[in-house]
Design a protein around this ligand. Structure first.
Ligand SMILES: Cc1cc2nc3c(=O)[nH]c(=O)nc-3n(C[C@H](O)[C@H](O)[C@H](O)COP(=O)(O)OP(=O)(O)OC[C@H]3O[C@@H](n4cnc5c(N)ncnc54)[C@H](O)[C@@H]3O)c2cc1C
Length: 401
């Protein structure tokens, strides 16, 4: 066991922290109000290797491993408590990785260099109007082979980055049925470009938080794509989706840890200085004991999250561990991180008293942002429990079959 960071990891954290604290943190309120991440921040992230950072250098990526990617996620979360830039970071990291790993040379050449520079978006489209948790049962979107091409029809909904992808260009890796009789072995994954596409209609939602990045939906009406746009092998889309979700869930853990650390620092500063009944409110058990609980909770999530990143590095670099090990570790991180983070932020708002309910302090942006992850982005809390239960009990005990 060794809990220390390497010199390279420490240097990377310092580099990302300096950039994020200087360039991102002062802009977070503006991003939340204007509902847009400034272009100069995206471009600077690209220059620093912070867009889809695990992508190979051949396609403009930084060749980072998952521990390094998690360190950056924590630092970006620490700077942007609203979680808008962290969402952009983690979605592109996870799905850029899947595109790099399984995409065709043609599609990788077309999109990855732009994604890593901040000139195109890379997202994920799984959820449909009939349901997200039960996409394998409820999913209606399909692709049919028509001579050499695939024709896609159906609707995807509650999808991060629809506005960005429609504006900048880029792709959403989209899960569709290609063999309706084959259950989870009948889904394939396609790279779907949303910009200027007459066969795609997009919609947008007004979210409660993480306002800098959009959530929307898109309908594909006889969208024709050539074979190159299929990611990996036909009918293996479900497996690629699960692999990408595990990466995203681990990074969610890291971003929630970062945002929670900021909230905790704000809270500690305040309870040491704010006085009531003749003493600092931090002296009261009613404040100090929750502080101790929250600090312990966040430390425990941090350990779970970096353990998940470590397992991923062992798997991808050395072939040790399995996808099931990654999926279990990432699900545990995702199960705890947004809930502990939300509880902490909620208490910190209480510690601030009335000002905690205003936009004078960033805590309300944190509460609105972090809630997206416990409500369901990248899988609901109950779905995390189903994954953990499946790994502990085996497939015979699945609640669906
Ligand atoms: C801000 C935001 C961004 C998102 N971005 C994306 C994106 O980029 N791409 C994408 O594909 N999706 C995205 N999603 C959608 C997300 O993946 C889904 O919301 C999630 O999978 C849940 O699906 P649902 O909303 O249809 O809820 P449902 O699946 O209908 O679930 C409703 C409730 O029932 C519970 N439930 C369902 N089945 C069970 C069960 N067997 N046991 C116990 N409880 C159960 C769920 O836990 C949940 O509480 C996003 C969601 C949000 C909130």
């Amino acid at each position: 066991m060794d809990f220390s960071w390497t010199t390279e990891q420490e240097l990377w954290r310092k580099t990302v922290r300096e950039f994020a604290q200087k360039k991102i943190k002062p802009k977070v309120r503006e991003i939340d109000t204007n509902k847009k991440i400034p272009e100069e921040i995206i471009k600077e992230m690209g220059r620093l290797g912070l867009l889809a950072p695990t992508v190979s250098s051949e396609y403009g990526g930084a060749d980072l491993d998952w521990t390094m990617a998690a360190i950056a996620a924590e630092e970006i979360g620490r700077a942007d408590i609203s979680l808008a830039i962290p969402v952009l970071y983690l979605v592109e990291s996870s799905w850029g990785f899947i595109l790099d790993r399984y995409g065709t040379k043609e599609v990788k050449e077309e999109f990855l260099p732009k994604i890593t520079k901040g000139e195109a978006f890379c997202g994920i489209a799984v959820t449909e109007p009939e349901g997200g948790s039960d996409i394998l049962g409820a999913g209606k979107t399909k692709a049919e082979k028509k001579s050499k091409n695939w024709v896609l029809n159906g609707e995807k909904i509650f999808i991060s980055g629809v506005k960005e992808s429609s504006k900048w260009g880029g792709i959403h890796l989209t899960l569709v049925r290609t063999d309706p009789k084959a259950g989870h072995k009948g889904f394939s994954f396609f790279a779907v470009p949303l910009k200027n596409n007459k066969n795609i209609e997009t919609t947008l939602f007004e979210d409660m938080g993480r306002m800098g990045i959009s959530t929307g939906g898109f309908t594909m009406n006889n969208l024709e794509l050539s074979q190159e746009y299929m990611i990996g092998e036909e009918n293996r889309g479900f497996y690629y989706t699960m692999e990408g979700f595990s990466a995203a869930r681990m990074l969610i853990g890291a971003t929630c840890v970062g945002a929670s650390e900021t909230a905790l620092e704000l809270g500690i500063e305040h309870i040491k200085n704010r006085k009531a009944f003749g003493r600092a409110i931090g002296s009261f058990e009613g404040i100090q004991f929750p502080l101790a609980e929250h600090y312990t909770n966040i430390e425990s999530v941090k350990l779970l999250t970096y353990k998940a990143a470590w397992i991923m590095d062992k798997k991808y670099k050395e072939g040790k561990f399995s996808h099931k090990d990654i999926s279990l570790a990432a699900a545990m991180s995702k199960l705890r991180a947004p809930v502990y983070g939300f509880q902490l932020m909620n208490d910190v708002a209480d510690w601030f008293g009335a000002i905690g309910y205003t936009k004078e302090y960033p805590i309300e942006m944190g509460i609105r942002g972090i809630r997206s992850y416990s409500i369901g982005a990248e899988g609901t809390m109950n779905v995390m429990k189903i994954i953990i239960g499946r790994e502990l009990l085996g497939k015979d005990f699945l609640p669906y079959k």
